[in-house]
Every structure is written in structure tokens, then in C-alpha cells.
Design a protein around this ligand. Structure first.
Ligand code: NAD
Length: 499
């Protein structure tokens, strides 16, 4: 039997074995087979990575803006030139199709480009003569070592939401990616080294809860950025905050798309299919519920059903529309909602089990699945299924649809489809959700705005990237200064006032 490759950590600018010998399997989900094993760090391995980041910090913090910017620029060029290689890694370990993998990288590149503006974005402010002869100014400084913990569904983009901004701002990083598709992080860390990043500024430790817990309580880690499911996000937020860290923890989602009767139903059906089934529904911004305002539901369901028949499911390398799910366990869990929805009274309009695929029979396949007339008490409606399953909920009015969306425990993304500007404007004002699309089904903000939801979709008050990312990874100092002359002399114990 041939030995499978082992994915190591990346510490101090080089692959590192660490001390823990625990491993986890990494699958090729399109083949349904273990392709590699990944090391799972213990506390000592996390200590080594943090020590490397801590040792690199003083020099990196004091490296000029121009030099840091130059390295980030090199990284941008290398990543853009070799994005095809990274896309292949994503498809092999995550399963998403090549075009989708390239799209993920493009959105990550946007953040690198945004981070290139750090010298401008992190500038402070200056107020002259706030009191006689007194000036006040602010400056933003990095935090130190920061931890990033990322999910399986965007193995390149989510780390790229964070580490370029953290590093450009002068921090050093320990990244703990998902153990399900870990190779992309090592690839990007090696590319940063090639771009000129000093050793220790970006470290990658692989692992599970043990590694995460070690990061959360480590006294030398100043901040934690987390993206993943809601229960873990809440745990991360509470634990890291309890240990005195700055923390942002982005959680799960259940995104509704409200379709008003005046909407163009063909365009709405296209959007629902693209946003519901892209990346096999394994996106935190996927549309998972279409809220159809009557009388359009029958027509909309027919149009969506028609489109689902044309989707090609298979190996992501073969130009299909949709790939496999990440693991067999996850595929089986998602598929279990088909029986559940049926039991709870929904109509299973399209059943994705047992479909024909362009790929290996052992792959973790589930075809597009459509539920209609879903009860809002059913777990099929309430749970984040995170797979190629779209539910239709029928409502009588805009107000009923809005109330439904606002009752959700999640508030990540939502969309309204309408040609009525007044209705859209009312929706953006009234809906309790962090990111809203108006005739845009996946409203992921561009890199120079910030990404994040409300309610159980984000713990902490700091969104990811954009201006919020700069604020998160820097600390402000305010300096009040005067150059003394004899007029400042004399004793006065009163609280200083401006004059
Ligand atoms: P997950 O919560 O299982 O894992 C996320 C990270 O946490 C991984 O690095 C994992 O190793 C670690 N982890 C898992 N269990 C842990 C535990 N018990 N203690 C400590 N750490 C633990 O999430 P996932 O399945 O990898 O990703 C999918 C989830 O992420 C979905 O819920 C999706 O909505 C969410 N997500 C949210 C956003 C967003 O921006 N809001 C973006 C992408 C994904």
C-alpha cells in the first residue's frame, strides 16, 4: 500500500512536523477517497507557532510601510499569476467546480488589493491648536500576534479576508484553517514567503478543537478572527473574550430571498438557482429559502424546477455546474432533510438522491433538491442545512415575508427581487439582516466595504475586512502635545480645560 502524503504545519517560514502525531484524513470528495492526512496540532505545537509569530513581531511592526506594501504587492502578483494552481487545490479538497474556485480566489485577491492601501487606510488624524499651543493627533498601531480560525467552505477566500490586512497593518499571524481542506493555507503561506515575507510573520497550524482551544487562551495572542458555524462562533467569542482578547466571530446563516409579485420571475428563478446551488449550497451567503409572495409561487417553482433539470453535477475538474459535498457524513446529514421535510408536510419537488453524476460513483454526491410549501416550524426551514437544498415558503404579502425573515435567528444575508423601488427601499430599512441584496442574490460586499451579519451570524461588533478590518487589526493612540514656553508655568490642580 502506498503511503498517503502528510500535510504539515507551516512555522517560521518552513514546513514543520510539530510534536503531535495525531492526524485527520483529507478527502477528495469527488472520489470519496482519502487523498492525504493532515497533522493535528496539540498545545505545544500551537505554542511553537505563536512563539515564532511573537519573535517576528518587533521587526515586522517596525518595518516601513513601503517595504510591507512591496511584499504585499509581490504576493498579489504571484497569487494572480498562479491562481489556477490554487483553484486546483480547492477543487481537489473541497470539491467546488473550477470556475467557482477561481471566483473564490478573485474575491480573496480583492482583499489583498485593498490591503495594499494600508499606508493610506491606517493614517491617523491631526488637530492643530485644540487649546493654545496644544495639538492632538491619533495614530493606529498593530496589535501583535493575531489568530485566524477558518471554515472548510472557503479555504482560500476566508483566510484572505483576514491575513493580508492583519499583516499589512504590522501584525504577525497564526492561521488555523479547516482540517477538512487544509492545503490552500500552506500554499498561500509559502507564496507569502516567496513574495518576501520574513519568516514567522505568517504561520499555519493545522488541527481541531485542541489547537483552537490552545490559541483562544494563549497569553501572547492578542486577537481572534473566526468564521464557522454558529455554535462554535459563540463558543469562540465567549472563550476568547474571557481571556481578554479582541474577537470577531462570524457564524452560520439561513438566507431568505423575498420575491415580490412584480418581479421578473425568469430573472428571479435564475438568481435563486445560482445562489441556492452554487458550490453545492456550501456558502454562508447561499440562498436557502425563497419566500414567494402570492400569487407567483406556482409559476416561480415551475421555473426553478425547469432550471434544476439542466444542472450538471460531477467532478469539479470536468466543467460541471455543481460538485460533491465536503464529506460523506455531511452529505448524509443534508440528505436526511429530504425525508424530514416530507414528514413535516413539505412537497419534495426535486429529490437530489441517486442522481446521475459525471464522476466517480463513490463521490459524496447529492443533486439539487427543492422543497415547496415548507412549514416554518420544520427543521428543514429552521436549520442551516448547508447543502444543495432550496426551500420555498409561500406568503400572502410583503409584510408577512418581512416578518418571517426578521423572526430568523440568523441575520447574515438576504435579498429582495422586485421592480418597485419604494418596496426595495422599505425592505433595506426594515429588514434585520447585515447584508442585503436588491435584485442581487449573493450580496457579499466588495473588499472596501465590510462583511458581516447580525444576530446569530456574528458575535462581537467587528465585521470582516474593509474599514472594519483595519479597525480590528489596529489600536488607536491619541496624543496631546505642546512644546513648553514660560506662559505654561504656574500651579493649577484643576482638571485641564481648553482655552
Ligand atoms: P465549523 O464551525 O465546524 O468549523 C470552523 C472552524 O472551527 C474550523 O477551523 C474547525 O476546525 C473549528 N472547530 C470545529 N469544531 C470546533 C470546536 N468544537 N471547538 C473549537 N473549534 C472548532 O464550520 P465549518 O463546517 O468548517 O464551516 C461551515 C460553517 O461556517 C457554516 O455554518 C457557514 O455558515 C459558516 N460560515 C460563515 C461565514 C460567515 O461569514 N458568516 C462564512 C463562511 C462559513
Amino acid at each position: 500500500m502506498t503511503e498517503l502524503p502528510v500535510i504539515t504545519h507551516w512555522i517560521d517560514g518552513a514546513p514543520a512536523l510539530g510534536v503531535s502525531t495525531r492526524t485527520a484524513p483529507v478527502y477528495n470528495p469527488a472520489l470519496g477517497a482519502v487523498a492525504k492526512n493532515v497533522l493535528l496540532a496539540d498545545g505545544a505545537d500551537v505554542d511553537t507557532a505563536v512563539a515564532s509569530a511573537q519573535a517576528a513581531y518587533p521587526l515586522w511592526r517596525d518595518t516601513s510601510q513601503a517595504k510591507r506594501q512591496g511584499i504585499m504587492f509581490n504576493f498579489r502578483e504571484l497569487l494572480n499569476a498562479r491562481k489556477g494552481d490554487l483553484a486546483d487545490i480547492l477543487t481537489a479538497e473541497h470539491g467546488k467546480v473550477s470556475s467557482d474556485a477561481l471566483g473564490e480566489i478573485a474575491r480573496g485577491l480583492e482583499v489583498v488589493e485593498f490591503a495594499l492601501g494600508m499606508p493610506h487606510l491606517s493614517k491617523g488624524e491631526y488637530s492643530e491648536n485644540v487649546s493654545t499651543g496644544v495639538d492632538v493627533y491619533t495614530l493606529r498601531q498593530p496589535l501583535g500576534v493575531v489568530g485566524i480560525i477558518s471554515p472548510f467552505n472557503f479555504p482560500a477566500m476566508v483566510p484572505l479576508w483576514f491575513f493580508p490586512i492583519a499583516i499589512a497593518a504590522g501584525n504577525t499571524v497564526v492561521l488555523k484553517p479547516s482540517e477538512k481542506d487544509p492545503s490552500a493555507s500552506n500554499w498561500m503561506a509559502a507564496l507569502m514567503t516567496e513574495a518576501g515575507l520574513p519568516n514567522g510573520v505568517l504561520n499555519v497550524v493545522h488541527g481541531d478543537k485542541e489547537a483552537v482551544d490552545a490559541l483562544l487562551v494563549h497569553p501572547d495572542v492578542q486577537a481572534i478572527s473566526f468564521v464557522g458555524s454558529t455554535p462554535i462562533a459563540k463558543y469562540i467569542y465567549e472563550t476568547a473574550a474571557h481571556h481578554g482578547k479582541r474577537v470577531q466571530a462570524l457564524g452560520g446563516a439561513k438566507n431568505h430571498m423575498l420575491v415580490l409579485p412584480d418581479a421578473d420571475l425568469d430573472l428571479a428563478a435564475d438568481a435563486a438557482v445560482n445562489a441556492g446551488f452554487g458550490s453545492a449550497g456550501e456558502r454562508c451567503m447561499a440562498i436557502s429559502v425563497v419566500v414567494a409572495v402570492e400569487p407567483v409561487a406556482d409559476e416561480l417553482v415551475a421555473k426553478i424546477t425547469e432550471r434544476l433539470k439542466g444542472l450538471k453535477v460531477g467532478d469539479g475538474m470536468r466543467g460541471c455546474d455543481m460538485g460533491p459535498l465536503i464529506t460523506k457524513v455531511h452529505r448524509d446529514k443534508v440528505a436526511s432533510y429530504i425525508d424530514l421535510a416530507h414528514t413535516d408536510g413539505a412537497e419534495v419537488v426535486v429529490d437530489g438522491r441517486g442522481i446521475e453524476v459525471d464522476g466517480d460513483a463513490n463521490g459524496f454526491w447529492l443533486g439539487p433538491t427543492l422543497f415547496d410549501k415548507v412549514s416554518t416550524d420544520s427543521d428543514a426551514y429552521l436549520d442551516e442545512i448547508f447543502g444543495p437544498v432550496l426551500s420555498i415558503v409561500r406568503v400572502a404579502s410583503y409584510a408577512e415575508g418581512l416578518a418571517l425573515i426578521n423572526r430568523s435567528r440568523y441575520g447574515n444575508g438576504t435579498a429582495i427581487f422586485t421592480n418597485d423601488g419604494g418596496a426595495a427601499r422599505r425592505f433595506q430599512n426594515e429588514v434585520q439582516v447585515g447584508m442585503i441584496g436588491i435584485n442581487v442574490p449573493i450580496p457579499v460586499p466588495v473588499a472596501y466595504h465590510s462583511f458581516g451579519g447580525w444576530k446569530d451570524s456574528l458575535f462581537g461588533d467587528a465585521k470582516a475586512y474593509g474599514p472594519a478590518g483595519i479597525a480590528f487589526y489596529t489600536r488607536e493612540k491619541a496624543i496631546t502635545s505642546r512644546w513648553l514656553d514660560p506662559s505654561h508655568g504656574g500651579i493649577n490642580l484643576g482638571f485641564p480645560q481648553n482655552d
